[in-house]
Design a protein around this ligand. Structure first.
Ligand code: B12
Ligand code: SF4
Length: 507
């Protein structure tokens, strides 16, 4: 009997050409390679993906539509397209996976157009589910699944322990290249002309209470070996090109040994690289290791500084080890090695009173200025705190008590206000007043002009000078209100990194 085919969908995530190799859906493709025939439709590479999807489904050969879903703009394709498939091709089974599907599973599985959610890693769950459905066998014992019973009960099966990442099948780059050229995915960024997006580990060993990784991985992490990472990157480089690497891991730097081994392997390749890590973890690295990383091409590290306040760091379960003093000292340490720290701060956590929330915002602004003083090259990324459903955590209890709630219907996530929530532009949190949001946004405008980013090679020295001078007065005096003159200059001159909109390392 010929098995039904699988249509894998990566909904559009970027509005420009800053798309990356769609690693989520590619890893899922690898899990069924050689068992099921599959095709891939990448919303980032299509004006409108529907005609292509329709053409595939019209053949009658497909039994499954599988979409990945992050919060935010991906939903604006994932939701209407899944709905349209249900209406036009009712027998097709619709399966969602990825961070949004796993974290917001109730609203997803309650919708009439998603049949299964793969909860966390799909490397085993996805092929096992398809095989069960094809052969009309029970799927109730497959781990990492969420589904609804005939009586409407939502069932979450047990979680599988993370598998050895080196044992996973290689990603099917050559086959992806038949659908969309891999060279087209290697984008110019501040790291290089052709940046490879690579994901080398799943999960994270920590459990920060504001983080969306925690409900899925429960403080578990498994990484590929340095050798395996090097092999796969060399394969891409040799076959499709590439002079820089963007590591998409939640926490690339968990193992000092792995990082150093990889750095030594990649050093002769003259590639620039970037990854995300934790200050307290990397601060334990030896000076020698930091130097090896730097010499191998590590240009910048994205680090969740989150807050300068030790009490807040403790409250958000930032491992209990990171402190304000350490954040500052580490900025200095990286300055001495020559690696740029990219610090992200989360402002606007709930507090006992409006005044205290505002005072804390002011304290964070002062702290950020101190960090800039210590290491002016530090890139600062400011987020407004957006709740994630880490049920059971103290922080989650606090936000629910403070009157916050998530949408009850999947399509409600398509409203502009929830899209802005996803993009962390407007957190919709009742404890933040418009005045507080303005204060944060205006400070962001001023600091971005006072310290024009080093990641935008297109700003001329003259433009930098003008912006710095105009912003200098506001920065020093703390008068950030109505920074219209800076907004105008930034509109024309500055392409500040906005990971919340466009990704990590923009052109
Ligand atoms: C690359 C990436 C992007 C790219 C998207 C590129 C693209 N697809 O074209 C860009 C930069 C655009 C992006 C943007 C955003 N992102 Co993003 N992104 C990532 C990142 C770093 C890697 C994703 C990836 O490729 N993973 C590799 C694969 C192998 O892992 P995986 O996705 O977990 O896949 C496994 C399982 O989840 C599952 N699975 C996944 N999909 C599917 C689908 C099916 C059908 C099945 C069965 C299983 C399955 O199986 C896979 C293999 O085991 C993740 C963090 C991370 N490390 O995963 C954040 C992440 C997903 N992003 C996140 C967010 C919030 C965003 C933004 C909404 C906001 C922001 N500030 O970053 C924006 C949205 C902006 C926009 N315009 O859409 C959050 C989601 C958090 C949450 N609340 O759920 C994450 C987790 C980062 C974080 N730690 O906060 N992002
Ligand atoms: S260290 Fe980073 S990825 Fe890990 S739980 Fe904390 S915020 Fe999330």
């Amino acid at each position: 009997m010929k098995l039904q085919q699988v249509l894998l969908f990566n909904p559009r995530a970027v509005s420009n050409k800053n798309y990356r190799i769609p690693n989520s859906i590619l890893q899922i493709a690898a899990s069924i390679e050689g068992i099921f025939e599959w095709v891939i439709v990448d919303g980032n590479r299509e004006q409108d993906p529907w005609p292509k999807i329709e053409a595939y489904l019209e053949t009658g050969a497909f039994g499954y539509f599988a979409s990945t879903a992050m919060p935010g703009p991906q939903l604006s394709q994932a939701i209407p397209i899944s709905k349209r498939i249900r209406q036009t091709y009712p027998p097709i089974k619709i399966i969602w996976g990825g961070y949004f599907a796993s974290n917001q599973y109730k609203v997803v599985i309650d919708s009439p157009f998603v049949d299964f959610v793969v909860n966390g890693p799909g490397d085993h769950a996805f092929p096992a589910l398809l095989v069960a459905l094809e052969h009309n066998q029970p799927y109730e014992f497959i781990q990492n699944l969420i589904y609804k019973t005939d009586t409407g009960e939502i069932v979450k099966t047990t979680k599988q322990t993370l598998v050895d990442q080196d044992s996973l099948p290689d990603l099917p780059y050559a086959k992806l290249d038949e659908f969309y050229s891999i060279k087209g995915y290697l984008r110019p960024t501040h790291l290089g002309k052709k940046t490879i997006a690579y994901h080398s580990s799943l999960g994270c060993p920590f459990s920060c209470s504001f983080c969306a990784v925690v409900p899925i991985y429960n403080a578990r992490w498994k990484g590929k070996s340095a050798k395996k990472i090097f092999q796969e990157i060399s394969f891409i480089k040799e076959n499709y090109g590439g002079d820089a690497i963007e590591f998409h891991d939640n926490n690339f730097f968990v193992s000092e040994k792995r990082t150093v081994e990889f750095s030594k392997l990649i050093a002769p390749y003259n590639m620039t690289w970037w990854g995300e890590g934790r200050i307290d973890t990397i601060d334990k690295y030896k000076d020698e290791s930091l130097q090896i990383m730097k010499d191998s091409g590590c240009k910048m590290i994205f680090l969740g500084a989150e807050s300068g306040n030790d009490k807040i760091l403790e409250n958000i379960d930032k491992g209990g080890k990171q402190t304000g003093a350490q954040i500052k000292a580490f900025a200095e340490r990286l300055k001495n090695v020559g690696i740029v720290p990219e610090y992200s701060f989360v402002l606007g956590f709930p507090g006992p009173s409006k005044d205290e929330v505002m005072d804390q915002i002011e304290a964070e602004i002062d702290f950020i200025k101190e960090v800039k003083e210590i290491n002016p090259a530090t890139e600062i990324i400011i987020y407004l705190y957006s709740p994630v459903p880490t049920e059971g955590s103290e922080l989650y209890k606090k936000i629910i008590e403070a009157g916050f709630s998530f949408p009850e219907k999947l399509e409600d996530w398509l409203s502009p206000s929830w899209e802005n929530f996803d993009l962390r532009k407007n957190p919709l949190t009742p404890w933040l007043s418009p005045k507080m949001v303005d204060r944060v946004k205006n400070f962001e405008t001023v600091i971005n002009a006072r310290y024009p980013t080093s990641t935008d090679a297109k700003i001329t020295p003259f433009q930098r000078k003008v912006m710095k001078r105009i912003a200098g007065f506001r920065y020093n005096s703390g008068i950030y209100k109505y920074p219209y003159e800076l907004k105008v200059l930034q509109k024309f001159w500055l392409r500040y990194r906005q990971p919340e909109i466009e990704g990590f390392a923009s052109e």
